[in-house]
Design a protein around this ligand. Structure first.
Ligand SMILES: Nc1ncnc2c1ncn2[C@@H]1O[C@H](COP(=O)(O)OP(=O)(O)OP(=O)(O)O)[C@@H](O)[C@H]1O
Ligand SMILES: [Mg+2]
Length: 287
């Protein structure tokens, strides 16, 4: 599969900053996939997104987009790129539709954003002032705005953060649908659920450095304990025993335990993405 973005030894320091906030990171984004940039607060996710979307310049290292240096693209770059910002910015006095109409005019081509409003449950509220919108409504409108120009490459900074589970699912389903249409999606997030449910590849970033790159499944295999815990009753007393998952089918002790006792539960020791996040990033808490 073609690499749509290739990032090599990218470093970045804010003009007034004392140190680099991105420290020589390298990764590639494959076309037609969902790429997750995962990390704790302040790790550099939004900064990386802003660099890839040409909103921040003055970086070190190289970035190519479709094989050409990112800096060689002019404003037409944005015709095919959708950007969902971390903080929804809208005109509060205008309605949702007026906001979208305004931003739609900045593009040569636009998609069916009325249909998108329907999909995210904002159609009924389309003529309401955005200033009166709840936080979740603003986030959903922000998402629609990122897709206004029917882009092939979509950047979403924390797209589900602040949404209730139902609305988060609506957004995630749309993202998966976009992938089915062949689009490339770059997501910054600190939410494990997003990564697990959406991403084909995950890059962990902590304090501006990459800690690991893998698929969510590979991360689970790599950091997960491949063990099975059996809880069973022995003379009304609950017992727990752990077995290695490899060759479990011929493990006599395991098999005889299954035959002999009243089994209550069997768990596979697959580490959750939360645990992996903590181990990879070295963070003992996440939001
Ligand atoms: N405009 C700015 N000027 C100077 N430093 C900044 C600026 N914006 C961000 N930073 C610093 O850059 C680092 C990375 O910030 P960034 O916003 O990229 O983190 P993040 O991973 O997106 O975090 P969060 O999950 O909280 O959104 C932080 O140390 C932050 O303080
Ligand atoms: Mg951020």
């Amino acid at each position: 599969m073609a690499k749509i973005f290739e990032v090599n030894n990218l470093s970045f320091r804010y003009p007034k900053g004392r140190e680099d906030v991105i420290k020589s990171i390298s990764f590639a984004v494959e076309e037609g996939t969902i790429f997750g940039l995962l990390g704790p607060s302040g790790a550099g996710k939004s900064t990386t997104q802003k660099i890839l979307t040409k909103l921040l310049t003055g970086y070190q290292g190289t970035i190519t987009y479709k094989g050409k240096d990112l800096s060689s693209y002019d404003k037409s770059f944005y015709e095919n790129i959708g950007v969902g910002f971390e903080m929804p910015i809208h005109f509060g006095k205008l309605t949702a539709l007026e906001n979208l109409d305004y931003f739609a005019h900045l593009y040569k081509n636009t998609g069916d954003y009325i249909e998108l409003l329907r999909k995210v449950g904002l159609y009924e509220a389309r003529n309401q002032s955005v200033g009166e919108f709840s936080k979740g409504m603003k986030i959903r409108l922000n998402f629609v705005r990122a897709l206004l120009n029917n882009p092939d490459v979509i950047f979403l900074d924390e797209p589900t953060n602040g949404l209730d589970p139902k609305n988060a699912k609506v957004i995630k389903d749309i993202i998966l649908d976009l992938k089915k249409q062949g689009k490339t999606i770059f997501i910054s997030t600190h939410l494990m659920g997003d990564v697990e449910q959406l991403c084909d590849q995950v890059v962990f970033i902590t304090k501006g450095k990459i800690s690991d790159i893998a698929t969510p499944r590979d991360l689970k295999l790599k950091y997960g304990k491949k063990e099975v815990y059996v809880e069973y009753l022995n003379n009304h007393e609950r017992k727990r025993q752990t077995f290695s998952l490899s060759n479990i089918g011929t493990d006599e002790e395991f098999l005889s335990l299954l035959k002999t006792y009243d089994i209550e539960t069997i768990h596979s020791g697959e580490t959750s993405m939360e645990d992996i996040f903590i181990r990879v990033t070295g963070e003992d808490k996440y939001e």
